[in-house]
Design a protein around this ligand. Structure first.
Ligand code: ADP
Ligand code: ZN
Ligand code: ZN
Length: 749
């Protein structure tokens, strides 16, 4: 018998495959998971090739120790997708492919249990109340266990055991108290999210508007690779277009699968409910979600459902773009402009861009939906590469787009008009009117905490982070100063640490302070704040949003978390505070982002027939961005901004990559980048690449580490890619910094 060799991808930065001998009785095929010795450990890898020959000398070849037979191999297309992502984003194949698999598969000791029944524990309603009080003060292991239970819908016995070897005994005791419930499920069986809401009866389908009908028809009739840019104003019924297009495509082929991406975990429950209601005829296990908020076991099961074809609709955040979907037939990317589609660490990929690649690879329709498309996508449509589908009106009869009014803060001041703590007179009056009428209002500002700075009037001291070159944010309810860059926390000092002055003052305003001001400025109003601080616990965001939907809230204050996607029925007023700062940012994308955010948040008003009004407080009422906003004119804004970008040679007219370095000193980081720039001179493709000076980041120091970056760009994507490919190995030879990373198509520069 001739020897068989496998070439395996491992989660390792070296962009090579690793050869192993494979003398197992089971036949290895590409796409299979294997356990292999690597150094002194055993690791899980993915078979990319099976060959009869290896260049590695026989005495240095080691053998595969185990093959995973419980999991069907991933497809050749999936391997190609991850290989593309690895090459495009300059990472090793295994660094892309293995993290995209569920944790349970990456641990060979768990393979044998993949299909065994699993016990899972969940908190009962009594347990939710009683358990926290019953825990002894010092029992940190028990606390962890209780927390794990509280934070997810259920905890698998295996996961509990991993937390603590005696966890099962405690769980049994809690079960006796009636605090914990136990049930047994088939591990590989797909279970729908138990948290899914009560489903409305199978809906009466709304009659599509002409524009919606045309969009659905175009998507349904698409042949082969067909990228669509669905440009629909807020409330125009983009979701309905997705639902109908999916229904048509899924009905055509009984095994077809659809992938629907949303930018934020918080939007998945709303989408999941809509999809479950619409596709109630499908088996409840045919719709699964994939996002980082799922418990490990649940995520593994949902991944399996997608991988084995049992799931027909996969709804997820950016990580779902790399799910294994053997029968994929359509991809939807909702709110395609959202920066959250870009992963900001590790593999810095854009899920939207990978969705496009995936659709192209498989010859599928892909629908990018937004009220404010990214300028990259808009430009693609301008050139005819994406087909534009337009929804220009709101879908609900009587619902019109809100009117936008700018409140000139300078003029308010000049005329001596009263304001309360940064809330102008007209805004307060408008809020009171809504409360009287029983309508809801949103106040949007992109700054959480109470005040961005705490300062001493007498000596000029400002509270700063000892680890970062940044001020710390005052958090009043938590009675703390917090660094938003590294998480450092301290108690609020009673007096100035420099001069002893006791009159230290919060400067500026964050969501907590506005919440406090509103309580006194609009007496009797029920005010709720939604931001990263008020939603730290799992499930709390969903609970808060449902209070808003239930009408138990009059005024909702929040950050961009409240701007996105939510279909609030009774909101008739949106107030915007503190938007001006983004007008003069050094980041050329700041105005695009601000415009999208303001259009999004404006779009929360007047969705169900109540006339909507948007009030923007500003010192620059004549700024072009606010004018475009006032006319709700995305097309005009996009046109003029693209013209500016073209003149200034900025994306999407050039392609960029960013090399970031972190050093113990700024000098070290800059020196590394200068060496890196020097290495470019030997690379032929780099002749078509512009190299900028290495510069410190705006927040140069975070956690005592100094950060700098080097931008390179080219009008030719191919030249940039060729340069990066040649540059990467040279960078590995350079020393002197703690870390460096390369980002392709960076969003924050
Ligand atoms: P978008 O995502 O474009 O902002 P949504 O999909 O949230 O808009 O739809 C806004 C509202 O319009 C929803 O309440 C939805 O149920 C409703 N809607 C969508 N299409 C129609 C239609 N054809 N007729 C009536 N109502 C519709
Ligand atoms: Zn002082
Ligand atoms: Zn810090």
């Amino acid at each position: 018998m001739s020897a068989v060799f496998v070439r395996v991808a491992l989660d390792h930065p070296l962009p090579t495959l690793f050869d192993y001998r494979c003398d197992t009785s089971i036949l290895a095929v590409p796409g299979m998971l294997v356990s292999v010795p690597f150094g002194k450990r055993h690791v899980v890898g993915l078979v990319c090739e099976v060959t009869a020959h290896s260049d590695v000398p026989a005495d240095r070849l080691r053998s595969v120790s185990d093959l995973c037979t419980a999991c069907p191999p991933v497809s050749a297309e999936w391997l190609k997708l991850t290989a593309f992502a690895a090459d495009y984003y300059q990472r090793g194949l295994g660094e892309v492919a293995l993290p995209a698999l569920p944790q349970a598969l990456r641990d060979a000791s768990r393979w044998s249990r993949l299909f065994a029944p699993e016990e899972r524990y969940s908190l009962t309603p009594q347990g939710r109340i009683a358990l926290p009080d019953a825990l002894p003060a010092r029992a940190s292991a028990l606390r962890k266990l209780a927390q794990a239970l509280a934070e997810s819908d259920f905890l698998l016995a295996a996961d509990a055991r991993a937390l603590h070897p005696k966890a099962l005994a405690s769980l049994a005791a809690w079960q006796d108290e009636g605090w914990v419930a136990l049930d047994v499920i088939e591990a590989a069986a797909v279970v729908g999210s138990p948290a899914s809401q009560n489903l409305p009866a199978p809906p009466v389908l709304p009659t599509l508007t002409d524009e919606q009908a045309a969009a659905v028809e175009a998507i349904r009739d698409a042949d082969g690779f067909a990228p669509f840019l669905l440009h629909g104003v807020t409330g125009s019924g983009k979701t309905e277009v997705y639902l109908r297009a999916l229904a048509e495509i899924l009905a055509e082929r009984p095994d077809a699968q659809a992938l629907v991406l949303v930018p934020e975990i918080n939007l998945t429950p709303q989408f999941e409910a809509a999809f479950r209601a619409r596709f109630a005829a499908l088996d409840g296990t045919a719709i699964v979600t994939l996002h980082s908020g799922l418990a490990e076991g649940e995520r593994a099961r949902n991944w399996f459902a997608a991988h084995t074809g049992r799931a027909r609709i996969v709804l997820g955040t950016r990580l779902a773009v790399l799910a294994s979907l053997p029968k994929l037939a359509i991809i939807v990317v909702d709110e395609e402009h959202d920066p959250a589609y870009k992963q900001q660490e590790g593999l810095r990929y854009s899920a939207r861009d990978l969705a496009i690649y995936r659709a192209k690879q498989l010859g599928l329709p892909v629908v990018l939906g937004s009220a404010t498309p990214s300028l990259e996508s808009w430009w693609q449509a301008d050139q005819g590469r994406y087909k534009r589908l337009t929804l220009s009106r709101r879908a609900v009869a009587d619902a019109v787009l809100p009117t936008v009014r700018l409140i000139d803060l300078e003029e308010e001041r000049r005329r001596g008009r009263a304001s309360v703590e940064g809330l102008s007179g007209p805004l307060i009056a408008a809020l009171k009117l809504r409360v009287e009428r029983g309508e809801q209002s949103l106040i949007f500002l992109n700054r959480r905490g109470y005040a961005p700075q705490l300062a001493c009037d007498a000596c000029g001291w400002v509270a700063g982070c000892p680890r970062c070159s940044a001020y710390v944010v005052l958090h009043k309810p938590e009675r703390a100063l917090r660094c938003h860059h590294c998480g450092w926390e301290a108690r609020i000092p009673r007096s100035c640490p420099e001069c002893g002055n006791v009159d230290i003052e919060p400067m500026g305003r964050g969501t907590q302070r506005v919440e406090e001001t509103l309580a006194s400025a609009v007496p009797g109003a029920r005010v709720l704040r939604i931001d990263a601080d008020s939603t730290r616990r799992k499930g709390s965001a969903q609970a808060l949003f449902s209070d808003v939907h239930a009408g138990e809230i009059d005024i909702l204050v929040g950050t961009q978390m409240i701007a996105k996607g939510h279909d609030f029925q009774r909101v008739s007023l949106v107030g915007v505070l503190n938007a001006d700062t983004a007008l003069f940012s050094h980041d050329f994308r700041a105005s695009e982002r601000l415009f999208a955010q303001l259009m999004q948040v404006s779009g929360r008003a007047g969705r169900s027939g109540l006339p909507g009004e948007v009030l923007v407080q500003t010192r620059y009422p004549r700024h072009a961005l606010y004018h475009a906003l006032g006319r709700q004119d995305y097309v005009g804004f996009a046109g003029s901004t693209l013209a500016e970008r073209r003149d200034a040679h900025l994306p999407p007219f050039v392609y960029q990559a960013l090399l970031r370095a972190e050093g113990r000193t700024l000098e070290a980081a800059l020196a590394f980048l200068q060496q890196a720039a020097a290495e470019l001179t030997g690379i032929p493709a780099a002749e078509r690449v512009t190299v900028y000076d290495a510069v410190p980041l705006t927040i140069v120091k975070v956690m005592h580490v100094h950060r700098a970056q080097l931008l390179i760009e080219s009008a030719s994507r191919a030249a940039l890619q060729a340069t990066l490919r040649a540059w990467q190995p040279l960078l590995r030879g350079l020393k002197g910094v703690l870390r460096w990373n390369l980002e392709v198509d960076p969003l924050d520069i």
